[in-house]
Each structure stands twice: as structure tokens, then as C-alpha cells.
Design a protein around this ligand. Structure first.
Ligand SMILES: *Cc1c(COP(=O)(O)O)cnc(C)c1O
Length: 409
């Protein structure tokens, strides 16, 4: 079968929630993936900030293989060395104070669910979230996700969620009082188009939640584990949350999520029996995550993310194309903001040229490549972007393609 026939068949058997798949991929190596026709693509999306070590990284392959031959899963009536070692590592990397703890899940949305339940144990029910926030698709996480098109078909959801404009200190202060259980913030709103929280805003969030005894929950599912050139994005701002959620890049593609609770207060909110999971924290996923953390450290990938990300932003800006308004981001989470709604057309043209990017908004491309990306690979991409822009008609003659990319999240 050709790749097109493979994709046609997939639509007959898979629930259509993601829309038509862009292609069918069957293997990868480093930052390159291959479709079933054998075409190669430079993967600048990395499974949406997941494939931190790229594809088929020897350290990850070895860790998963070893774990599979040793012990994949136990019930949570037991612990494994990998699970405890991973918790130790995460707490150390987060500079978490004494009494901090970790709960492992299988996905980002489950980490948010755990954080929502934990916030209910404060005895309060109101949650403050941000406009344009994305926290996941299960009913609790969906209740905090701002986009009406995602939420409204599933109402009624968890009540008493209020949204405030992102980065609006005054609105946040006005929204937080002694009835608020928790404030949920993404340090960078990835699905909204890579929108960065300011230091002043995060510090104000820290102050106002502390003042009113509310939890500050930082959703680092997309930004955590080296993506921004820091282990966790909030560390650049000198703000420590009460709760941090992780997932995506943590195990380099093996499903895992985590909730980190900072200090004995937040760590004591959920009592035995009040939450659980069958698969969460299994030995295989934890071994994969340990390999990811180890490799980020030994291969200097925080520095690489920072350096290659800066090179990327600089090289895109240097194209000097009038349709590029700006680049923004931190490390290897980057958006290219366009004057017009040409992101889907650019993305499709780049894909034909062998580059995978994400039209996260009609007028913005998002890149979240493996942390092992090189400056040479960036230069190849930027050259292709230049070619594709040159071939892209001005928006007045360009029919905008319907491809709301964020719906694939
Ligand atoms: C992807 C994402 C989620 C949801 O994670 P899933 O693993 O898809 O459930 C939640 N919050 C943020 C910030 C994300 O980027």
C-alpha cells in the first residue's frame, strides 16, 4: 500500500477526533522520521514536545529494553527502584524543599486531574485559570481549558472555574480571594501559540496565592524537562509553585505524567485511598524517564536547547521576510508569528519539502523539536522556510486551508 492508501485506511478504523492524519510514519532516527513510502522528514515538532531525545535514541532504547526484560509493571501495592529513583531525581532537579512528593500518572491530563482533586482537599472549590489555557481533555482538565469549542459540547463540567487574562496582574489579584483553592498557570502557553508568562506575573501569582492560602499550580507538561533550556520553565523566574504537573517530554515518548507537590502542606492533602492509578509510575515508564533525565544531563541538552533555540530564532528573523512579524519562545519551544493566516499553507509546503512543523494558530507556526537538534539542521529548515515563503502567494490570493492544528493535541 502507498502512504496515501495507508492514511485512507486509517480513517476507516480510527475514531475521527484528530481529523485526517498528515501522513503515516513508521520509523525514526535522531531528528528524522520516515513515512511508509520511505520519505524522510526533519521532525521539528517532536511529537508535540514529547520526543526529547529524538527517535530511537540508543540510551532510551537500551533503558526500555532492559526494563522490559526485567519488570514492566507491578500494582501500586508495591514500589520499584526505578519509581523511587525517578521521584528522587525530579525532586532534586526541582529544588523541592523537604517534605515534597511525587505522584506518577500516564499522561498530562491525568496529572491535571490529580492536581484538581488535590486542590479540592483544601476545602475550597473555586479555581482560577488563564484565558487561552490548555490543560487537557478529560472532564476535570477540560473544565480549566479555556477554548469554548473544546468545552461547550461537554458541559456541564466542573463548576466554579474563573478565567483571567494571561499576564494581567491586576485581574489576577482581583480574582484571588480566600475562596480560591488553586490558580493554574502554564509558564508558557504552548497551545495558545507559545505565549510567555512574564516574571512579574508569575511572582504576583506566587504572592497572591500565598496571601490567600490558595495553591499555585504550574502546568509544565509542555515546558518542563529541559524544553526551555531550564529543567523547568519556572526556574528562570525565581518562583516556586506548590504543585507542578509534568508529562510530554518526561520519558521521551513512553507515556508518563507526574505531579510534584512542594513541601509538606501540598504533599499531605491527598490521603490514602483518595486517588490512584493502575499504570501510573510503572517500572518501564520510570526507567525511560530516568534515561531521558540522565541523557539531558550527560549530553548537555539544556545548553543545547538554549543555544540551538536562539540560533533558530535569529536565523528565522534574519530571513527578513515581511510576513514574519516575530519569533518568540524559550529554548526549543518557539513560535514564528506571521502577519496573515498562512501557517497551514506554509506547514503543508514545508512537509512536502521534508520538514514537520505545527500551524498552532492560523497565523503562527510552532516548533518543539527534539532537544538534540543541531544548528545545521536549523539552517536546513530556515533555508526551506525561505524557499516556501518565496513560493507562497500573498494572502489576498491564498485560500486559507482549514487545518486547526491544536485540535490534534
Ligand atoms: C499536552 C498538554 C496537556 C495534556 O496532556 P495529555 O498528555 O495530552 O493529556 C496539558 N497541559 C499542557 C500545558 C499541555 O501542553
Amino acid at each position: 500500500m502507498t502512504t496515501t492508501q495507508d492514511v485512507d485506511h486509517s480513517e476507516q478504523v480510527l475514531l475521527g477526533v484528530f481529523g485526517r492524519p498528515r501522513t503515516m510514519l513508521e520509523r525514526g532516527e535522531g531528528c528524522t522520521v520516515y513515512d511508509t513510502d520511505g520519505n524522510a522528514y526533519l521532525d521539528l515538532l517532536g511529537g508535540i514536545a514529547v520526543n526529547a531525545l529524538g527517535h530511537a535514541h540508543p540510551a532510551l532504547v537500551e533503558a526500555v529494553t532492559e526494563a522490559a526484560g526485567r519488570l514492566i509493571h507491578t500494582s501500586n501495592f508495591f514500589v520499584t527502584p526505578a519509581q523511587v529513583e525517578l521521584a528522587d531525581r525530579l525532586l532534586a532537579l526541582a529544588h523541592a524543599p523537604a517534605g515534597s512528593k511525587v505522584f506518577f500518572t500516564n499522561s498530562g491530563t491525568e496529572a491535571i486531574e490529580a492536581a484538581v482533586k488535590l486542590s479540592r482537599r483544601t476545602g475550597r472549590t473555586r479555581i482560577v485559570a488563564m484565558e487561552n489555557a490548555f490543560h487537557g481533555r478529560t472532564l476535570g482538565a477540560l473544565s480549566l481549558t479555556h477554548k469554548a469549542a473544546y468545552r461547550e459540547p461537554f458541559e456541564p463540567l466542573v463548576p466554579e472555574v474563573v478565567w483571567v487574562p494571561f499576564n494581567d496582574v491586576d485581574a489576577l489579584r482581583a480574582a484571588v480571594d480566600d475562596n480560591v483553592a488553586a490558580v493554574f498557570i502554564e509558564p508558557i502557553q504552548g497551545e495558545a501559540g507559545v505565549v510567555l508568562a512574564g516574571t512579574a506575573f508569575l511572582q504576583a501569582a506566587r504572592d497572591v496565592t500565598r496571601e490567600h492560602g490558595a495553591l499555585l499550580v504550574l502546568d509544565e507538561i509542555q515546558t518542563g524537562v529541559g524544553r526551555t533550556g531550564q529543567w523547568f520553565a519556572h526556574q528562570r523566574h525565581g518562583v516556586q509553585p506548590d504543585v507542578m504537573t509534568l508529562a510530554k517530554g518526561l520519558a521521551g515518548g513512553v507515556p508518563i505524567g507526574a505531579v510534584v507537590t512542594f513541601g509538606p502542606g501540598p504533599s499531605g492533602l491527598l490521603a490514602p485511598g483518595q486517588h490512584g492509578t493502575t499504570f501510573g509510575g510503572n517500572a518501564l515508564a520510570c526507567a525511560a524517564a530516568l534515561a531521558v533525565l540522565r541523557t539531558i544531563e550527560t549530553d548537555g541538552l539544556l545548553v543545547n536547547a538554549e543555544k540551538v533555540g536562539e540560533h533558530l530564532q535569529g536565523a528565522v528573523a534574519a530571513l527578513g521576510d515581511p510576513r514574519i512579524v516575530e519569533t518568540r519562545g524559550e529554548g526549543l519551544l518557539v513560535a514564528i508569528q506571521l502577519t496573515d493566516e498562512i501557517a497551514p499553507a506554509l506547514s503543508a509546503a514545508l512537509e512536502r519539502d521534508g520538514f514537520i512543523v505545527n500551524p498552532v494558530r492560523p497565523d503562527a507556526l510552532r516548533l518543539a523539536p527534539p532537544l538534540i537538534l543541531t544548528t545545521e539542521q536549523v539552517d536546513d529548515f530556515v533555508a526551506a522556510l525561505g524557499r516556501v515563503l518565496a513560493d507562497t502567494p500573498q494572502p489576498s490570493t491564498q485560500p486559507v486551508q482549514e487545518q486547526p492544528a491544536e485540535e490534534r493535541s
